[in-house]
Design a protein around this ligand. Structure first.
Ligand SMILES: Cc1ncc(COP(=O)(O)O)c(C=O)c1O
Length: 365
């Protein structure tokens, strides 16, 4: 069969599928801008620049059973996460990153033509997974400070609505959603996905409410606070019947054994990791103050490990590129609801210093 013949057999709704724009890996940038990999300041993907717990490195270096499949029913991981979250293991499911659980939950509820309410602007992964299911995205804009418009969300509900998606705090804006607003959304009876990827930095969670409601779906991750983005491990805290469905529809060995070992070791080193979270939160406030001093930038207060900024002189793309050529990566957005804006991860103090110096050099002109 010709190549065109094969393409004709692809699902027609995926023919024009746009895909997801991922962050750039440091080795790719290193090649492009001729800055050595250890000289790259990576502030574009909300990673933890303190790295993971040293216990993880030690344990992985001497782990003897990489030749054996992990436990498909995730018994140890779910037990460990019961200890960390305070919610019973029957509520818990683990994924290869919380992205995988967003995808599985949307697949569980959404079929062709079903509607999904998305509070935009927000993480593109919600659009991505909804489109993969041939669902219909119903976008409800946030207000000018990027707060969720709860009454507009409720008005957008139709007979076809299957889910309400909410990142809390929101990515890329860092905006929290008050518990009261989430309760109002739960009262609609629809599945409400509260994606709490940055919860350790915000301190606000609806996790304790999960056992009380059959439609609250909370997702969290080890990518941010525990510095395990590269090992891909996130988890859901869900009504037990939904956790049971996900156990059945997930790929059997979706969480690899290195991730399992890393979770075990991270949870033995919680004080160390939460100490780093505290340091990042302090640095977030310093970064916010420094960014506020640049009259051509408008940073927004953030409850996460990044800061979102409007670029008032219209030069967001140029600033991002100039920084990139110096080996400093930040995220630039230029889509309808995110014109001329940047998102900058909170790194270590030396990263803040290098970033601010570079912004002063390139930004004003
Ligand atoms: C809101 C939100 N959800 C989920 C994710 C994905 O996290 P993970 O690395 O666990 O897949 C991110 C990552 O940036 C995010 O910002």
């Amino acid at each position: 069969m010709s190549e065109e013949g094969i393409t004709k057999l692809i699902r027609s709704d995926l023919a024009a599928f746009g895909g997801y724009v991922p962050s750039k890996a440091p080795e790719i940038l290193s090649d492009k801008v001729k800055v050595p990999i250890n000289g790259i300041t990576k502030l574009d993907a909300n990673e933890n620049l303190y790295g993971c717990s040293p216990k993880v490195n030690e344990a992985l270096g001497s782990y003897p059973y990489f030749n054996i499949y992990p436990d498909a029913s995730q018994t140890e991981l779910r037990q460990l996460l019961q200890g960390y979250t305070g919610v019973g293991s029957e509520h818990i499911i683990v994924g290869s990153g919380s992205d995988q659980l967003i995808d599985l939950l949307i697949r569980l509820f959404v079929g062709p033509g079903d509607e999904v309410i998305n509070c935009v602007p927000t993480s593109d992964i919600f659009r991505f997974s909804t489109m993969l299911c041939n669902g219909k995205l119903v976008e409800v804009p946030r207000d000018e400070d990027y707060r969720v418009n709860v009454s507009a969300v409720k008005k957008a509900i139709t007979k076809k609505t299957k889910m309400i998606l909410l990142a809390n705090p929101n990515n890329p804006t860092g905006t929290p959603t008050p518990k009261q607003d989430i309760l109002e959304l739960i009262d609609t009876g629809l599945p409400v996905l509260a994606d709490e990827a940055y919860v350790e930095f915000s301190g606000e969670t609806v996790t304790p409410l999960v056992p009380k409601y059959d439609n609250l779906l909370v997702l969290r991750t080890f990518s941010k606070w525990a510095g395990l983005a590269g090992l891909r491990v996130g988890y859901g805290i869900l009504p037990p019947q939904i956790a049971g469905f996900l156990l059945r529809i997930k790929l059997p060995y979706n969480v690899n054994i290195a991730a399992q070992v890393a979770v075990r070791e991270s949870l033995k080193d919680i004080d160390y990791l939460l100490g780093k979270v505290k340091v990042i939160v302090v640095e977030r406030e310093r970064l916010f103050n420094e960014l506020s001093k640049l009259e051509w930038l408008k940073p927004f207060p953030s409850q996460a490990n990044f800061i979102f900024c409007h670029v008032l002189n219209g030069k967001a793309a140029k600033i991002q590129q100039e920084l990139e050529s110096r080996g400093i990566l930040i995220r630039h957005f230029d889509i309808p609801l995110l014109q001329n804006s940047l998102r900058i991860s909170v790194g270590r103090p030396d990263h803040t210093d290098a970033l601010i110096k570079a912004l002063k050099e390139v930004g004003g002109g």
